[in-house]
Design a protein around this ligand. Structure first.
Ligand SMILES: Cc1cc2nc3c(=O)[nH]c(=O)nc-3n(C[C@H](O)[C@H](O)[C@H](O)COP(=O)(O)O)c2cc1C
Length: 257
């Protein structure tokens, strides 16, 4: 089984590709979190994988919450995760392994895919150039066979892109990001035509159209899907996203205004 979460499609694509290559089922974490009973019975000899984007040099909080709130029964043969990040994952392996251990699961391997950047909700953060986006996707595509080969053989691999000052980022700066994250700065420009795309793409069901305009309801991971997928580029986050362009993963190639 592969449990996954994705805001703008990068991690969904990786999860889908691995699911096909490994012949494993896929389960979308936000949907599982909505269910009443969070229990997963691990079959004999089953491998368990998690695929998610790196948020502030760690796994997204909702992924950690899913791991901790789920009752895992049985012992998996092999536990792995694959993260996608714009450039570096810091100590994601260390912090996520600890979360898994608290839930009774021991991490065997991790993999890192560098994918197009999606975070723009702070001054100084920008999208990659169109060329760089394509280059990252091509590199990730080429890496998929190697990753699925290692997973199918249950090999222990620590494929990390830790980057600079990982302790400072994952342990000191991350809590500040988490505290700042929220949806109070989201709004729409007059070009919003009430198409409802933002409501449809929000993985948490946090956006609702009220009188033809989106309203954000306080349950936001800042994945920025509402911003990136808006056909009018009308969704904005404060003034931070002005004229920064859009990106979301599309099978047909890089899609960006
Ligand atoms: C809230 C947020 C925080 C992020 N933090 C990081 C980070 O710490 N390091 C990094 O390299 N990329 C970071 N990114 C970029 C994403 O990890 C990257 O673009 C990822 O592939 C997005 O996956 P998705 O399309 O499945 O949502 C962040 C993106 C968001 C939205």
């Amino acid at each position: 089984m592969i449990f996954y979460y994705s805001g703008c499609g990068n991690s969904r694509w990786i999860a889908e590709q691995l699911s096909v290559r490994l012949d494993e089922e896929l389960a979308f974490i936000p949907k599982l979190l909505q269910g009443d009973s969070k229990e997963y019975a691990i079959n004999d000899g089953e491998s368990i994988g998690f695929v998610f984007p790196v948020y502030s040099w760690a796994a997204p909080q909702l992924v950690e919450r899913f791991v901790l709130e789920t009752k895992w029964s049985g012992k998996p043969k092999y536990v792995w995760f694959a993260c996608t990040c714009g450039d570096e994952m810091g100590f994601t392996r260390r912090t996520f392994a600890k979360t898994l251990r608290r839930a009774g699961l021991e991490l065997d391997s991790c993999f890192c895919f560098v994918m197009p950047e999606t975070y723009l909700a702070f001054p100084g953060f920008r999208l990659d150039t169109k060329e760089r986006e394509q280059e990252k996707i091509d590199d990730a595509r080429n890496k998929l066979s190697w990753v699925s080969g290692k997973i199918s053989l249950c090999q222990q691999v620590w494929d990390e892109k830790i980057g600079w000052l990982p302790y400072t980022k994952s342990y000191l700066i991350r809590p500040l990001f988490v505290r700042m994250a929220g949806d109070s700065k989201y709004h729409v420009l007059d070009t919003c035509n009430g198409c409802g795309k933002c409501q449809k793409v929000c993985p948490l069901g946090n956006v609702r159209l009220v009188d033809g305009r989106p309203q954000w309801n306080g349950n936001c991971t800042q994945c920025m899907a509402c911003y990136h997928y808006c056909p009018q580029n009308a969704v904005q986050y404060g003034s931070y996203t002005r004229n920064k362009g859009q990106y979301f993963f599309s099978e047909r190639g890089v899609r960006r205004k």
